[in-house]
Design a protein around this ligand. Structure first.
Ligand code: CTP
Length: 401
């Protein structure tokens, strides 16, 4: 996601500096070129050498260093990055930024840059809650800085509360978001994810091995592209991606109700859920006791949510489905595309390794209404999600033309 991106990491002096070293490693691993600038206080916690080795770039430490200024001036350094991340951002750094003070290498760059800046505060809880810090925070938001709020928990100063540096995964996600063009801004998208559970007694149900990963990846990528995202999720262990409005459901009937309530406002609906086609005709109130003669459960069909959406689809809405198949992939998927009135369908061959249920990768074919088939190479579910949104965006543009 960060390939060929230039990121300047500004490090100010707090105990969380040691976490920033790991952040450099993660950014570099994602393909970013990282340049670190440290304040004098930050260098009291970790030496510039650590950051230099991890980033493989010279660390900026001194505004008046003849050597670094002759190699690349602080003004050039301010022009270079696609993104500036400040982690940790101390109360002092935030105060200086709010006041427009430029009295060292980092604050001078911050005043001279036009790059987006992600501020990741970390400090003692009392310092964070102090009215002056909170006022500075509001000023920074007004000035256009993005804030990755601190996490709540145990602090190095033996106190509890808000002030821990945000989780590195959240800082990475915040950085990726700032670097992602807002190509779905102004659009509302509705996504279903995960399995459904169809209980036949209080402890047993009919379901399937869906993990929800494909639907959650779709929600994450759409949110990164600045869509308003509604996610209707069957039972799974995944956390809602940042900025996503999630409705949790259990059964197919609950999923249908949630989807039909939200779909009229959606510019695009993607049904990635593995909806159970059947539900038990009866549900025992108490746990069914085991017996020697076996157990027969009668099932009745669940409504087809996607087909119902296809019947009432407004002309401008983009409707996307998945086809989970174990045989005749293309023929079966084409049939669903037509029967459910979809704009395109994502066909999944469940017999292939690294594809379909519960894995991080997927190998799919995308079939369009025109009949065109795109055979995608095996890729991560986030990459598949990007391919899907690229096509949805093309359909949005087509609808406008
Ligand atoms: N789907 C749905 N409601 C159902 C079943 C499926 O909305 N009751 C949606 C799925 O979310 C998916 C698409 O329809 O986007 C196709 O689902 P799939 O399980 O592949 O096929 P089915 O239509 O259920 O048909 P079959 O089980 O016979 O393959």
């Amino acid at each position: 996601m960060l390939k060929a991106k230039s990121i300047l990491l500004g490090v100010s002096g707090g105990i969380a500096v040691y976490k920033s070293a790991e952040l450099v490693r993660l950014l570099v691993k994602e393909g970013a070129s990282v340049h670190v600038v440290m304040t004098a206080n930050a260098q009291q916690f970790v030496t510039p050498m650590t950051f230099q080795v991890l980033s493989n770039n010279v660390v900026g430490t001194d505004l008046f260093s003849m050597e670094s200024e002759s190699r690349i001036s602080h003004i050039q350094k301010a022009r270079l990055p696609d993104l500036i991340v400040l982690a940790p951002a101390t109360a002092n750094l935030m105060a200086k930024m709010a006041a427009g003070i430029a009295d060292d290498y980092l604050t001078t760059i911050l005043l001279a840059t036009t790059a987006p800046v992600l501020v990741c505060p970390a400090m003692n809880v009392k310092m964070w809650e102090h009215p002056a810090t909170q006022r500075n925070l509001r000023t920074l938001v007004e000035l256009g800085y993005r804030i990755q709020p601190p996490a709540v928990g145990a602090l190095a100063c033996q106190e509890e509360g808000a002030g821990r540096l945000a989780e590195l995964g959240d800082i990475m996600e915040g950085s990726i978001r700032l670097l992602t063009p807002p190509s779905l801004a102004g659009k509302t998208v509705l996504i279903s994810a995960g399995p459904t559970w169809e209980p036949f007694d209080p402890v047993r149900f009919l379901s399937n091995p869906s993990s929800g990963k494909m639907g959650y990846a779709l929600a994450k990528i759409a949110s990164r592209r600045s869509a308003r995202v509604h996610l209707v999720s069957g039972p799974c262990c995944l956390e809602a991606p940042a900025g996503v409005e999630r409705t949790c459901v259990t059964s197919a009937l609950e999923m249908r109700d949630a989807i039909l309530r939200l779909s009229p406002d959606a510019d695009a609906v993607v049904m990635a859920a593995a909806v159970s086609d059947y539900r038990p005709s009866e549900r025992a109130i108490q746990k069914i006791k085991k017996a020697q003669q076996g157990l027969s459960v009668l099932f009745e069909p669940n409504p087809d949510i996607l087909a119902a959406l296809g019947e009432v689809k407004p002309p401008a809405q983009v409707l996307v489905g998945f086809a989970a198949e174990t045989e005749n992939l293309l023929a079966n998927a084409r049939k669903k595309l037509g029967q459910k009135n979809l704009d395109f369908i994502v066909a999944n061959d469940l017999t292939r390794k690294g594809s379909g249920f519960a894995c991080d990768t997927n190998e799919v074919k995308i079939i369009e209404r025109s009949g065109a088939v795109s055979d995608l190479v095996p890729m991560t579910k986030e990459e598949v999600a990007s391919e899907i949104w690229n096509r949805v965006e093309q359909l949005f543009t087509g609808a406008k033309d």
